[in-house]
Design a protein around this ligand. Structure first.
Ligand code: MG
Length: 316
């Protein structure tokens, strides 16, 4: 049942409307002055307000102005009720954000139609806001694994890095890469490869905390940013992920698929200038793990020498 707030300084005017409104399945609440309306509206949050223009004290125009400047009531549609001959107050109300108006004596069928139109508009606006939120959510996700996409990951992780710098909180970063992924695709087909990536993402998700930020950075490469986590904690988490992946079996048309991951783990240090530097170090450690035989984790605060790391990259 939708709530309508009827504001009028003459009780008889309210009672005249109440009958028709209740007949139309509205729950009617009332205020006999602008002051009362301003007090009641934010608490009751009606779906719509019928606001008399001519009232002693705070008149309808002033009441409307205040309703529109309050975040809680700003979006409630207001239909002005005018007893004036002229149009000035109506024009002013519409300019101030009133949805519509009716003149006294009120013809209920006209009022009801205008209320329906106002409520429809509000509903359409809510749908649109919901759709926009969903679009926003989809724009931050990797469609295959439902993890953060690269852009969203950097946005969030850079925020965490700023918090690390300001408050000296622990911040660890884990880089993961599925081993010999090309041969998984070649041997089992791309659909199976996709399922392996989904399994890897699900494994990470099930083992990490809700505050950790998981992303598929591209291809078979994932990153996990772990706020409030020291290097040792991240290393334990990484080892659990490695082990879980090693033990997972994915059944495919071409037989049982098993895969392993190599993982590099590091933590932000005071000498890091930005998040990219930390991620780069984790990436270098990941390549070191690959070079050391794959299916292993390497955790360190030290960057492997870049010359050595570049040589490692060529080997993968
Ligand atoms: Mg009046």
């Amino acid at each position: 049942m939708k709530k309508v707030l009827v504001v009028d300084d003459v009780p008889d005017n309210i009672e005249l409307l109440r009958f028709d409104l209740e007949d139309d399945d509205f729950e009617v609440i009332t205020a006999s002055s602008g002051q009362e309306c301003l007090k009641l509206a934010p608490l009751a949050c009606p779906a719509i307000i019928l606001l008399d223009i001519q009232m002693p004290g705070i008149d309808g125009i002033a009441t409307l102005t205040r309703l529109k400047s309050n975040d809680i009531t700003a979006d409630i549609p207001v239909i002005m009720v005018s007893a004036e001959k002229g149009d000035d107050a109506i024009i002013q109300s519409l300019d101030l954000g009133a949805h519509d108006y009716v003149r006294k004596p009120i013809e209920y069928s006209i009022l009801a139609a205008r209320m329906r139109s106002a409520l429809k508009l509000v509903e359409a606006k809510h749908h649109l806001e919901h759709a926009n939120k969903e679009l926003e959510r989809l724009a931050t996700l990797d469609f295959l694994t439902n993890t953060h996409n690269r852009r969203s990951f950097f946005n969030l992780a850079e925020g965490e890095f700023a918090r690390f710098k300001r408050h000296h909180r622990d911040l660890s970063v884990i880089m993961l890469d599925a081993d010999r992924f090309k041969s998984i695709n070649d041997d089992y087909g791309h659909a199976a490869g996709d399922r392996a990536l989904q399994a890897l993402a699900n494994t990470c998700r099930s083992l990490c905390r809700e505050t950790d930020i998981l992303s598929r950075l591209g291809g078979e490469e994932f990153a996990l940013c772990c706020p409030e986590t020291p290097l040792e904690g991240a290393a334990i988490l990484a080892e659990r992920i490695r082990e879980a992946c090693e033990n997972a079996v994915i059944e495919t048309d071409s037989g049982s698929l098993r895969f392993t991951v190599s993982i590099g783990i590091t933590a932000a240090t005071e000498s890091d200038d930005d998040f990219a530097q930390v991620l780069n170090r984790a990436d270098m450690l990941l390549y070191q793990a690959k070079h050391s035989g794959r299916n292993r984790t390497i955790a360190s605060l030290q960057q492997p020498s870049s010359q050595g790391a570049n040589a490692l990259k060529n080997e993968i």
